[in-house]
Design a protein around this ligand. Structure first.
Ligand code: G1P
Length: 298
């Protein structure tokens, strides 16, 4: 069995241009899904999976993301005085232990693989690590990263989260070439980043959760350019297979939302809104009304 995974890298340097003008001054990871910023969903999922150290790869303009994890002492003491225990609990759930988060700057936007590589000095040479992409929000029980840690405990090697996508969407993803399909877990014999339409080796797309062997970081040292001229994480993982090491995909149980796109963000808002006890009745009524009105107008 492999070493325990206690560190996760969160690449959060992206510009978020799809959410302009909001992202002129707000990092996209701070966009609120119901009432929590995207980054909080990612952190909560990682904590549930046993991650203890959180490495954020940031860039210019991400200051509010860093501030978000400071303890809000003034706010906490005024809530305490006012006896607002419920709100205090919400705040406390966001507090991180001092020293648990490290921030590294990616000085140039050279791709996801490069962003991950920027964190290399914060990992030891023989340490597997997780990567969590905050754009991919996943509703699942147990949370997706925990499912992966459990599966990785059985397989070792490297593991990516995967799900089936429509053939005409495959070119937006990393795609697995499947050697052996064992049901929930597949063994990969290759991985291609953003295959040209019609050339994808399967319809199993990589979703933004990874447990990676330390050798993947070494592969990134080569800083080889791939699809779109970027240094691709997918290529560094594919290199593992070429070197004869295991790479698996886990068909996770749960629903994934692409919160890097507007439509995906809206879908996530509906799904997470309907999960909330205090919102679901009013919100569901509203959605029914809207749909009825649309149907009547057709
Ligand atoms: C990244 C990865 C890709 C993966 C996708 C999942 O692409 O490079 O392999 O399938 O995340 O969301 P991006 O969405 O950043 O273009």
């Amino acid at each position: 069995m492999g070493r325990k995974v206690t560190k996760a890298i969160f690449p959060v340097a992206g510009l978020g241009t799809r959410f302009l003008p909001t992202t002129k001054s707000i990092p996209k990871e701070m966009l609120s899904l119901v009432d929590k910023p995207l980054i909080q969903y990612a952190i909560d999922e990682a904590r549930a999976a046993g991650i203890k150290e959180f490495i954020f790869v940031t860039s210019r303009g991400k200051g509010s993301l860093e501030d978000y994890f400071d303890h809000a002492h003034e706010l906490e003491s005024s809530l305490k005085k006012a006896g607002k225990e419920e709100l205090l609990e919400i705040l406390r759930a966001t507090n991180m232990e001092s020293g648990a988060i490290a921030y590294i700057r990616q000085h140039k936007a050279l791709g996801l693989g490069h962003a991950v590589w920027c964190a290399r000095r914060l990992l030891s040479d023989d340490e597997p690590f997780a990567v969590v992409l905050t754009d991919d929000v996943i509703q699942g029980e147990p949370p997706c990263l925990q499912q992966m840690i459990e599966a990785y405990g059985e397989t070792g090697g490297s593991m990516v989260a995967t799900m089936e996508v429509a053939a005409d969407k495959a070119s937006s993803y990393g795609v697995l070439d499947v050697a052996e399909d064992m049901g929930a877990i597949v063994r990969a014999k290759g991985m291609v980043e953003k295959p040209k339409a019609g050339t994808q080796p399967s319809n199993l797309a990589v979703i933004g959760r990874y447990i990676l062997a330390p050798t993947v970081m070494k592969n990134l040292n080569k800083l080889k350019q791939g699809a779109g001229g970027e240094i691709q994480l997918t290529d560094a993982i594919a290199e593992e297979i070429q070197a004869g090491r295991d790479v698996f995909g886990l068909r996770f149980r749960g629903q994934r939302f692409d919160c890097g796109s507007k439509a995906g963000f809206l879908q996530a808002t509906v799904a997470f809104g309907l999960e909330r006890d205090e919102l679901k009745d009013e919100f569901a009524d509203y959605l029914h009304q809207v749909m009825a009105m649309r149907r009547a107008a057709e």
